[in-house]
Every structure is written in structure tokens, then in C-alpha cells.
Design a protein around this ligand. Sequence first.
Ligand SMILES: NC(=O)c1ccc[n+]([C@@H]2O[C@H](COP(=O)([O-])OP(=O)(O)OC[C@H]3O[C@@H](n4cnc5c(N)ncnc54)[C@H](OP(=O)(O)O)[C@@H]3O)[C@@H](O)[C@H]2O)c1
Length: 214
Amino acid sequence: MKIGIIGSGGMAKALAGKWTGKHEVMLSGRNPDKANAVAAEIGARAGSAEEAAAFGDVVVLATRWEDTFSGIESAGGPSAFAGKIVIDINNPVSIETFLTTRDDGRSLTQAISDHLPDAHVGKAFNMAQVAVWEDDDMTYDGRQMVTLYTADAGADETIAQLIRDVGADPLRLGGNEHAYQLEAAAAIVIKFLFAGRDPQTIFNFIQPEVRAVR
Ligand SMILES: NC(=O)c1ccc[n+]([C@@H]2O[C@H](COP(=O)([O-])OP(=O)(O)OC[C@H]3O[C@@H](n4cnc5c(N)ncnc54)[C@H](OP(=O)(O)O)[C@@H]3O)[C@@H](O)[C@H]2O)c1
């Protein structure tokens, strides 16, 4: 499939690096030289945000969360996303309070979905840090990494496939009404990382049979 990415930062590069070879990928950013350099490293194309949105059947929103809606505007606004599958990877989390930043009780993903009524929207890839997505082998403790995601019906299968394509095992939490749970869970992971602790000490749920593969 064709994947356009709004952004060419850490997450854009990590995910695109896994998808090139299987898919055609175009990165973008505010700084074209930087987007070009990142794309050249991983065998992707680079273009403007508008070009990336037009290019992709799937468009990944990979700016920082504060820039999500300005990124959508740079790409041409809501009409540029009509008929596309849009993946929100962003964590709207304050790194001062470790609270999610939306005060309307709804997730960023739902706000994106409201803003892009003609797109199919989901949230994925937000629960682990860049270094994990860059990892060639997504097996930890003998277990393949499970990636929780949310999606509306039109985005579900495609997002599951793109998760498989990075080497992880997709598990749909539900529709985007569940996305606030992914955002709040990521806030806890980020708190662990900023505190220099390993999130796996709490999230690596223990099962007796796991010992057998060590
Ligand atoms: N970092 C992680 O470990 C991690 C893990 C999971 C989820 N996330 C989420 O993923 C998102 C991206 O994180 P990141 O670490 O990849 O950020 P990043 O390295 O700062 O990259 C952000 C990218 O967005 C581009 N951008 C910003 N505003 C734009 C606009 N208006 N139009 C077009 N491009 C724009 C920037 O382009 P320029 O460089 O040209 O300005 C840059 O390429 C964040 O929302 C974060 O919450 C991050």
C-alpha cells in the first residue's frame, strides 16, 4: 500500500524503516532537507505534508501531539484526508504532570476523527518508545510484542496489517471510544521512562508458562 507520513522525526523514521520494502512510503516535515535526509537513509520518498497526504492511502499523523492539527492543516486540511485511513500515533501527555492534556474527557483520536469526518481513523504505535519500534526482533522474553490499537471499522484491517508489518502482534482494544485508555496508559509508560524505571516491571504481566521459554 501507499503510506504518507506527516512528520519525519523519530517515530516516523522508525515505523517507515519497517514498512519500506513492503510498502511505498513518503515522509514529510517542516524542514524539507531533514525529511529528504531521513527518507534517503531508509529508502523512502520525501515530500511536503500536502504531497504525503495526497500520496498515501494510509496517512500517519506523526508530528508531536501539540502539532497534530497544524500538521493536518499543512497537509491541506480535512478534505485532503477524505477516503484515507488515518493513524494517530500521538500521546497527548504532559511531561510535567503526566496527565493527558485533553480537558474535554475525549481522546485526541476522537478529536481527529471528528475533524476528519470523511476519513477512517485509528490509534496505534503509541504505547512503546522509538527504540522499541526500531528493534528488528520484536520478541521479548520469548513473546512477540502485542500492540494494542483502536480503530473504526474502515481502518481496522489495515492498521492490524501495518502492525504485523513492523513485527508485532495486533490486538484491537475496540473502536476509538477506547482511545482515551491508550492515551492514559501511555502516560503511565512515559512516567516510568522519565523516572528511569523499566515499564516492563509493571506491564510485563507474569504468566507461569513464560518461564518455560527462558
Ligand atoms: N518518541 C517516542 O518514543 C514516541 C513513542 C510513541 C508515540 N510517540 C508520539 O509520536 C509523535 C511523534 O513523536 P516523535 O518523537 O517522532 O517526534 P519528533 O521527533 O519531534 O518529530 C516530529 C515531526 O513532526 C514534524 N512536524 C511538526 N509540525 C509539523 C507540521 N505542522 N507539518 C508537518 N510536519 C510537522 C517535524 O518536522 P520538522 O522536524 O521539519 O520540524 C518532525 O519531523 C508524538 O506525538 C509522540 O507523542 C512518540
